[in-house]
Design a protein around this ligand. Sequence first.
Ligand code: ADP
Length: 222
Amino acid sequence: RKQKQKRQFAVIGLGRFGGSVCRELHSMGHEVMAIDMNREKVEEYRPFSTHAMQADSTDERSLHSIGIRNFEHVVVAIGDNIQASILTTLVLKDEGVPHVWAKAQNHYHQKVLDKIGADVVVHPEFDMGKRIAHNIVSDKVIDFIDLSDDYSMIELRATSAVDGETLNTLHLRADYGITLIAIKDGQHMNVSPGPDEPIREGNILLVIGHNNDLERFEEKVL
Ligand code: ADP
């Protein structure tokens, strides 16, 4: 089996969000450089990182001198100072960092980060709020991922209404235009289930499709 290549990560801004990304990467055994302009934060994260460094990330020279371009993934987790977050993202893309992940504070910040070339923009409060709204509205929806404005992948809990049904009997493609990609039964994951494999109540269905069609399926069938 091919040995997994050691990848280098850096997290800039060690607030609640960046701090949690840093700790998690470190606990997974990855090399992670922790950067913050605040000395106390740097000390706090020394035990939870490979290197911890005090630096102002809006200063191109200091990012350049630590060789930031050698990091494959850099997370910009600067919270309130939107200007600093934007400048930092620009510097990182300028330096040639391949994957810049940036945390957005609001919708406008998100738009700007997208425009200036951030590779992934996350908006944790917004994303989590959406997720929770879906969970509140329907207890059948366990999780969902936006694929675009109109399409999603969702996890649905199979109710007694579909117990014993199969892909053949449900006509998901023909009647709903949606695709069942996997059935989870506890820890067991059945990817691309066959046409006659029965669904059981309590199984988790992983389904992909247009939001309207998914909603229709959820309301009419489940
Ligand atoms: P959260 O909402 O995730 O808790 P915060 O705004 O509290 O985020 O934390 C952001 C962190 O980013 C702080 O620790 C702050 O010192 C750091 N920070 C802000 N600006 C810079 C900068 N220019 N360079 C490095 N670190 C910065």
